[in-house]
Design a binder for this molecule. Structure first.
Ligand code: NOJ
Length: 569
């Protein structure tokens, strides 16, 4: 593998910002209580105003919705819940009219068991679709073929009476893993992407794409490395790069698409390969290591305060490693699978506004393509529900049941779900302070956060001090300051217990970002090299407190203060 650097200024998506839309919870135009495609189209001016270049639209295909659309029953359709194909075409046209791009979510590690392919596949062992999925005989003594676990709890194997075999499901039991060893399946995946590329979409977000190549021996996992749930045998698996290169040749390259791969439990080395342009795989990758710093020994369903040093260390090593290897990071704090970062890493109460801005500045100063998840740009927090009946998500409800079965009290299990559940991010978008926050005229499919009368788009859009305006400013900087795109990353804080500080430098400018992650005041000593940089050319690009620290050896920072300066060369 070569590590020649690409020209960072050449590819448009390296200077872009992506806005992630979870359509169920974005904007409902029918009163059904579920958001829809026309609801998104109506908000395009808002997204443009924020500075969005690319909209990532999460799955809107026909689906039984057991995993909110990540269980696709027909890849070339629109679920009536979200509207029609005409609505989709209108969305495309309206995006293009605003010079914005669309990235669709493609889920081809698995399909719904309601997909025609699976319905055929399960009929008989000699059905032409049998080999589209991963079928195995019971273990010699009976029972599941191996000890792999589903990511949503329980065995990863489901028994099917009709043929007396098990099929693999790494997620919900209705999400059957596709068999990528089968060339026809790989052709099908390419074909369905061509269908959408022909409609004019500009790119794809590839769901858990690093899980598509399984070790064909399907060994039991003895837990000696990684978590013992089988992931070592299918994560960044034996043929994964070959398969992605094939997709590049068949679709991404010919249509000149922007692509992001969602990489579960991956490594830096693999992500360099996935995203270095010379490898001809993806444009960029998501990894989740920085969002596991509050998992004790990697265990998601146990609680601990987050490890600040680990957070800084991980963000830094990926900044440096991806840059040196010629890879490209997708930068994010939030998505639909994570509790709100604001509630997790900062203060979502009294210092909510400063905290939201601090997290934003810290992330938007890094190298990569930033992603904003709906509601993040107005500082939406976790909703703080107090009853398990509010939760809708299959993973959360499964894990609650399993934890109680395993001996936790309902209160203990609830406390964990309340902190960890993905539903924290899925509450309806807060457009205004009217009924249902302007999200729907009906009853929302999931409860709103009760703080919407104070936290909403309407109150923030014209307010220059709002979280929204702060994001807008940061997003605009990506277009004007080259150093944000090509500057080399240098960590400045050397293990400070409260402060994360770094610089970015290209052959002209130096950018310095200093953030206090705590509710206490902090004093931070700038390294001499940076303290000495020309005071006269110093310019403040972004800040979240009226008291701007005086530049010098020692910076005094208020709680959650965060500043971005540039020293022009
Ligand atoms: C990752 C998606 O982001 C998540 O929401 C989904 O449950 C799994 N992949 C399975 O498709």
């Amino acid at each position: 593998m070569t590590t020649k650097k690409s020209n960072h200024q050449a590819e448009w998506w390296r200077r872009s910002v992506v806005y992630q839309v979870y359509p169920r919870s974005f904007n409902d135009t029918t009163g059904s209580g579920v958001g829809d495609i026309r609801g998104l189209t109506k908000k395009l001016d808002y997204l443009k105003d924020l500075g969005t270049d690319i909209v990532w639209l999460q799955p809107v295909y026909n689906s039984p919705q057991n995993d909110n659309g990540y269980d696709v029953a027909d890849y070339r359709s629109i679920d009536p819940m979200y509207g029609t194909m005409e609505d989709f075409d209108e969305l495309m046209a309206e995006l293009k009219a605003r010079d914005m791009h669309l990235m669709l979510d493609i889920v081809v590690n698995h399909s719904s068991t309601e997909h025609m392919w699976f319905q055929e596949s399960r009929k008989s062992k000699d059905n032409p679709y049998r080999d589209y999925y991963i079928w195995r005989d019971p273990a010699p003594g009976g029972g599941v073929p191996n000890n792999w676990q589903s990511k949503f709890g329980g065995s990863a194997w489901q028994y099917d009476e009709a043929t007396g075999q098990y099929f693999l499901t790494l997620f919900d039991k209705t999400q059957a893993d596709l068999n990528w060893e089968n060339e026809t399946v790989r052709q099908e995946a390419a074909d369905l992407m061509r269908f959408w590329a022909d409609k004019g979409v500009d790119g794809f977000r590839m769901d858990v794409i690093n899980l598509i190549s399984k070790d064909q021996d399907f060994p039991d996992d003895d837990g000696s490395i990684m978590t013992g749930d089988g992931r070592r045998y299918y994560t960044d698996g034996p043929r994964v790069h070959e398969y992605i290169k094939e997709l590049y040749e068949r679709v991404y390259g010919p249509y000149d698409l922007v692509t992001v791969g969602e990489m579960s439990s991956t490594t830096l080395q693999h992500c360099i390969r996935y995203s270095n342009p010379e490898e001809r795989e993806f444009s960029m990758t998501f990894n989740f290591h920085h969002l596991k710093v509050d998992y004790p020994q990697g265990k998601k369903w146990e609680l601990m305060p987050y490890d600040f040093e680990a957070l800084k260390g991980l963000l830094s090593s990926w900044q440096i490693g991806m840059n040196e290897g010629g890879g490209w990071n997708a930068l994010f704090w939030n998505n639909h699978d994570q509790p709100r970062a604001l509630s997790r890493f900062a203060d979502d109460g009294r210092c909510r506004v400063a905290s939201a801005k601090m997290l934003a500045t810290t992330l938007h100063g890094l190298q990569g393509t930033p992603y904003v998840f709906q509601g993040e740009e107005i500082g939406m927090p976790n909703p703080n529900w107090n009853d398990i009946s509010e939760f809708r998500d299959v993973e959360s409800t499964n894990m609650y049941r399993i934890m109680v079965e395993m001996g936790k009290t309902p209160e203990e299990a609830f406390e964990i779900i309340a902190k960890r559940s993905r539903d924290n991010a899925r509450t309806p978008m807060q457009w205004n302070y009217g009924p249902q926050a302007g999200f729907t005229d009906g009853t929302p499919w999931i409860k709103l956060d009760e703080r919407y009368p104070e936290i909403n788009v309407k109150m923030q859009r014209e307010d220059p001090d709002s979280v929204f305006s702060h994001y807008k400013n940061l997003i605009a900087l990506r277009k004007t300051e080259d150093v944000l795109t090509d500057g080399r990353y240098i960590r400045l804080d050397e293990g400070h217990p409260q402060v994360f500080a770094y610089a970015r430098t290209n052959d002209r400018d130096t950018l310095v970002v200093v953030s206090n992650f705590t509710s206490e005041e902090a004093a931070f000593t700038l390294p001499e090299t940076h303290a000495a940089l020309g005071h006269s050319q110093l310019e403040l690009l972004s800040g979240n407190r009226p008291e701007v620290p005086t530049w010098g050896d020692q910076l005094e920072l208020e709680p959650y203060a965060s500043f971005m300066w540039i020293i022009r060369g």
